[in-house]
Design a protein around this ligand. Structure first.
Ligand SMILES: Cc1ncc(C[n+]2csc(CCOP(=O)(O)OP(=O)(O)O)c2C)c(N)n1
Length: 670
């Protein structure tokens, strides 16, 4: 009879129970992959002992409250090994039934092919695109440091957890992990432990086919502490985690765990054949050799009793924390309310806190954004704003927010360095944590450097706000390398991402309010480098509300409607001007956000864009493609269907036909 640990929770060590649970986890992975005839066996088999130590001893969590505020966050960056995570979540007692394990990769199961945030209790991040999870973990570590600084008090420590991630060769080869790891070292994120499943195997081949670097030396050079262990030795794994958790070096912790991929299926283990599902044909013998009975999806009574006792211990530890938390709440009513609001996603009515602009102003929407951000940040104390070394141009610096550094964990401005991909991945990590509201900035054209993470923000419905500036050929002198043309269209193609390209300062105010009030998905704010006209002829409320609606009538015809001009951003001013030349039957529709407009009721859309009016012309300083949806077969577009030019912005605009005169000329042809 095993005597599972209850007290002294993170010190107890029961190798026999852990070995049996590792065996059972291997069995679940084999059976699930065999049943659905797809998936990856290599990591769940190769990392079974790591899983046993993490979930059986070292991680602090409560399976019955997966979002417990002070849990350790575990991120499986190598998301292809999803059965590792599902098996351990099941064994640990999360609300993930054996039936869900049997439904691995099936329609609407809680066990999708790769881990998806929101689908499965205990899954902290959507992973699978390799490397992303490492950046997410660094984001979580930033969020935790900020939480400690903002919420812990001298008498009550409510945040002191760790972030533990598991990554393989693939994750560590990807650029995003290198950006994120360098930043983690620079920032001294000593609450972060990254396990490297070092098995010498990738997908196509043995790892030496594509890598020969000394990864440990690389991490040391980033400013991490590095340990190397046998990833199958339970004691070594447990010691490495204890040492990493107890470290006082001020550095993030890298644990190289040497493992045998596919351990348990001798025919494939240690080779790249173990990576996917090729080992399935050998599992009958493998299961028997491991001591598993013929019954599939078997969980031994030893494992059940170990984890049920362990769960009690974990819950006792959670309850002890809860007592401190209750005291903290009673002693810090304002902080508690702030934290509650953050977790509930409560956001004040931001339009009310943003003062109206001086109508005489002529400024760029990036500058307007800077002015808007200040009162928004004051109203949302947990809003943070970062930039990829471009705060001076993107202008999204929170003026009295301080900088987030090693020394100042309360700083609200994060300096990501020239690491756009990591910036986006880190923001996702911060958003997964759900306490702070991350926003970050760079030039719009470099959104391509962060696109895989932007896509995941949308897929995971994370409330991240991207404040991307220098939005068109209006950039001018820097030339075509810095002038987005296809970029806005490409971003509009991402489902669930609101792309808002405001026309003037008041639309910008509405756009920021809409972005930060949205809690179920990301928003891309697309702002101009160059000045734009203040659209004084439209009321402040209409422009602000227009950004929320996504599209609205900016100028109403004064005779029967016979032409609609559609525009976004800096081109709305041209549409307004052209309308004055094109006669009283001309309407101008400002379309700052297609996605928001599409979410409006059909009657509203019909009122703005009556189907009967088929004479329509769009203007936007970018490729025409997205506008065909609105101009239809009878309409025309004015766009930039080529790369830009290097010259002063107004000259480039004129040369490429983005003018009121050209718009009017095109309108007259239909
Ligand atoms: C960005 C990205 N590129 C490619 C893939 C496809 N892929 C999945 S796993 C894998 C190999 C990963 O090797 P490693 O991390 O060593 O995992 P192991 O073979 O040890 O399971 C590849 C190329 C992916 N999921 N994400």
């Amino acid at each position: 009879m095993l005597s599972p640990p209850i007290s002294n929770l993170f010190m107890s060590f029961d190798p026999l129970a852990l070995e049996i649970s590792a065996r059972d986890a291997r069995g679940l992975a084999m059976d699930a992959v065999a049943q659905c005839k797809s998936g990856h066996l290599g990591l769940p088999l190769g990392c079974a002992e790591i899983g046993a130590v993490l979930f059986g001893i070292s991680l602090s969590y409560d399976p019955s409250e997966p979002r417990w505020l002070n849990r350790d966050r575990f991120i499986l960056s190598a998301g292809h090994g999803s059965m590792f995570l599902y098996a351990w979540l099941h064994l640990a007692g999360y609300d993930l039934s054996l039936d869900e394990i049997k439904n691995f990769r099936q329609l609407h199961s809680a066990t999708p092919g790769h881990p998806e945030f929101r689908d499965t209790p205990g899954v902290e991040a959507t992973t699978g695109p390799l490397g992303q999870g490492v950046a997410n973990a660094v984001g979580y570590a930033v969020s935790s440091k900020m939480s400690e600084a903002r919420f812990n008090t001298a008498t009550h420590k409510i945040f002191d957890h760790h972030i533990i991630a598991l990554a393989g060769d693939g994750c560590l080869q990807e650029g995003i992990s290198q950006e994120a790891s360098a930043l983690a070292g620079h920032l001294g994120l000593d609450n972060l432990i990254l396990f490297y499943d070092s098995n010498n195997v990738t997908l196509d081949a043995m790892a030496p086919m594509t890598q020969s670097e000394d990864t440990g030396a690389r991490y040391r050079a980033y400013g991490w502490d590095v340990q190397e262990i046998d990833g199958h030795d339970l004691q070594e794994i447990a010691n490495a985690i204890s040492k990493a958790k107890a470290s006082t070096s001020g550095k993030p912790q890298f644990v190289i765990a040497k493992t045998l991929i596919g351990k348990g299926i001798p025919e494939v283990s240690g080779t790249n054949k173990a990576h996917g599902e090729a080992g399935v044909k050998f599992i009958a013998e493998a299961r028997a050799a491991l001591g598993l009975p013929p019954e599939t999806f078997f969980v031994s009574s030893e494992t059940k009793s170990y984890f049920s006792a362990h769960k009690q211990g974990l819950q006792a530890s959670h309850a002890a924390w809860q007592a401190t938390y209750a005291e903290w709440r009673a002693a810090n009513l304002d902080l508690a309310a702030e934290l509650d609001d953050a977790i509930a996603g409560n956001v004040p009515d931001l339009r009310k806190v943003i003062p109206a602009f001086d109508p005489a102003l002529t400024i760029a929407t990036r500058k307007a954004g800077s002015d808007v951000l200040q009162p928004v940040a004051a109203a949302m104390p947990l809003l943070i704003s970062g930039s990829a070394d471009l705060h001076g141009s993107t202008l999204n610096y929170i003026k009295d927010g301080g900088d987030f550094t090693r020394e100042n964990r309360s700083g609200r401005n994060v300096h990501f360095g020239i690491r756009e991909h990591a910036m986006c991945g880190l923001m996702n990590g911060i958003a997964y944590d759900g306490i702070f509201r991350p926003s970050g900035a760079t030039f719009l054209v470099f959104s391509d450097y962060g696109r895989p993470a932007i896509r995941l923000a949308a897929l995971s419905r994370l409330p991240v706000v991207f404040i991307f500036t220098h939005d068109s050929i209006g950039v001018g002198e820097d030339g075509p390398t810095h002038e987005p043309v296809e970029t806005v269209a490409a971003l509009r193609a991402i489902p669930g991402l609101d792309v808002i390209r405001p026309a003037d300062p008041e639309e910008t105010a509405g756009a920021f309010a809409a972005a930060f009030e949205k809690t179920d998905g990301p928003t891309m704010l697309v702002l101009s480098r160059q000045n734009v006209a203040m659209l004084k002829e439209i009321s402040v409320d209409t422009r602000r509300e227009g950004a929320f609606l996504g599209g609205y009538i900016a100028h109403k015809e004064s005779a029967p409607l016979d032409l609609i001009l559609l525009a976004s951003g800096s081109e709305v001013q041209h549409a307004m001007k052209a309308a004055a030349d094109l006669g009283p039957g001309t309407r101008v529709v400002s379309m700052p956000c297609f996605e928001r407009f599409e979410r409006q009721p059909a009657a509203y859309k019909e009122a703005v864009l009556p189907i009967a009016c088929r004479r329509r012309v769009s203007i936007e300083a970018g490729i025409s493609d997205p506008w065909f949806r609105y101009v239809g077969l009878d309409g025309r577009t004015v766009g930039v269907d080529r790369f830009g030019l290097s010259a002063p912005g107004p000259i480039v605009m004129a040369e490429l036909g983005i003018t009121a005169d050209h718009l009017a000329e095109v309108a007259r042809t239909i």
